[in-house]
Design a protein around this ligand. Structure first.
Ligand code: PMP
Length: 394
């Protein structure tokens, strides 16, 4: 039977990791995989995470199943406070503890399909490739909307709105809440308001994928677009990942927050439990417990926010250094967009040949679409990258 299986296309980023590992050059630079790294190239355990783990270990008396298939309500509430602000509408909220942000996105798609089997999922072009491959795997209809202006490297807002004009009632529109992956280009708050108006007018439901809250301008600032959408639309899905901002990638922690009319809340909460039950039954506990502990313990929360601020400021500073260096080398402001982008990623706008040239000549590894992980840089490698960009003729 298994002889019928076809080989799956290898994941481009996993391939890139292997190629980087096998490159013997000492000054090679890894801008590929989407993981935060400090100036020494390490992904440390955050201080508050370590302390929360110690407290959990000391207090835990059982490893029996948690209380609910959709995860602990205290985790949903802590995440809703983080994402939506302390005054979020409690009577509209349902929550699902998921296996990473990916699991939250997947369960969001499942919920939309259960509610409306005819739904079309609209995804930005470009988007995180997993969005598209998951939808294909689910045999779920999806359509792209234009998102990125390759010339200015900013959001192609008029094109985006023009494409979204074709959205039908009951369609699902996927939006990146902040720090767009792979481009780094994000709508302004005024543009978020226009997006909200359009979705409201169309009767479409947004699925906000929020994987980098705190990596852009700040925890509050990065949630502003999501909060505006949540305030204006009657039904909203939000898939929040805790992998990046808590640095707990391997714990697989995420949360699907759903806002509905209060009259639909009980059915929605039951549906979320059902969807988890049919997928893997109870969600993993450890990462969610870490997050819940940090968010509800004032001194841990303050320490986490302080460390997250250091992480964010480090990336903002690298962006500025890179843009300044390129200004110096090119005598132009052509690359200033790098300082304007937010989050870990920027799409440089290089051709695949130029990406290959930078890898061969300078040992710089970025994804083939020229997505760069800014956190893969440090003060020493910024000038190396800037020189390689110029030499490759980008
Ligand atoms: N959405 C986006 C846009 C992402 O970039 C990522 C991480 N690469 C995720 C969701 C999911 O992250 P995870 O499942 O590791 O929490």
């Amino acid at each position: 039977m298994f002889g019928t299986l076809k080989p799956q296309a290898p994941d481009a980023i996993i391939q890139l990791i292997a190629a980087f590992r096998d490159d013997p050059r000492e000054n090679k630079v890894d801008l590929g995989v989407g993981v935060y790294k400090n100036a020494e190239g390490r992904t440390p355990v955050m201080r508050a995470v370590r302390e929360a783990e110690r407290r959990i270990w000391e207090a835990e008396t059982t490893k029996t199943y948690i209380s609910s298939l959709a995860g602990e309500a205290s985790f949903h509430e802590a995440m809703a406070g983080l994402v939506l602000g302390a005054d979020y509408p409690k009577d509209r909220l349902s929550g699902l503890q998921s296996v990473g942000g990916t699991g939250a996105v997947r369960q969001g798609f499942e919920i939309a399909r259960l509610a409306n089997p005819d739904t079309t999922v609209w995804v930005p072009d470009p988007t995180w490739p997993n969005h598209v491959t998951i939808l294909d795997f689910m045999h779920q209809r999806h359509r792209p909307y234009r998102y990125f202006d390759a010339e200015t490297r900013t959001v192609a807002f008029d094109a985006m709105l023009a494409d979204l004009e074709q959205v039908k009632p009951g369609d699902l529109v996927l939006l990146h809440g902040c720090c767009h992956n792979p481009t780094g280009a994000n709508p302004t708050l005024a543009q978020w308001a226009e997006i909200a108006d359009l979705l409201l007018r169309k009767g479409a439901v947004p699925l906000v994928d929020l994987a980098y809250q705190g990596f852009g301008d700040g925890l509050e600032e990065d949630a502003a677009g999501t909060r505006l959408i949540a305030a204006r639309l009657p039904e909203v899905l939000i898939a929040a990942s805790c992998s990046k901002n808590f640095g707990i990638y391997r714990e697989r922690t995420g949360c699907l927050l759903v806002l509905t009319d209060p009259s639909n809340r009980a059915v929605m909460q039951g549906t979320l439990a059902h969807v988890n039950r049919q997928t893997f039954s109870f969600p993993p506990d450890h990462g969610a417990r870490i997050v819940q502990t940090i968010l509800t313990t004032p001194e841990l929360r303050a320490d986490w926010e302080a460390e997250l601020t250091e992480v964010r400021n480090g990336m903002l500073s690298l962006r500025r250094q890179l843009a300044d260096e390129l200004r110096r080398l090119t005598n132009s402001d052509r690359f200033d967009f790098l300082a304007g982008h937010r989050g870990m990623f920027s799409r440089l706008g290089a051709t695949p040949e130029q990406v290959e040239k930078m890898r061969l000549d300078s040992g710089i590894y970025m994804v083939g679409d020229s997505r760069m992980n800014i956190a893969g840089l440090n003060e020493a490698s910024v000038p190396v990258l800037a020189r390689a960009i110029v030499d490759a003729g980008v």
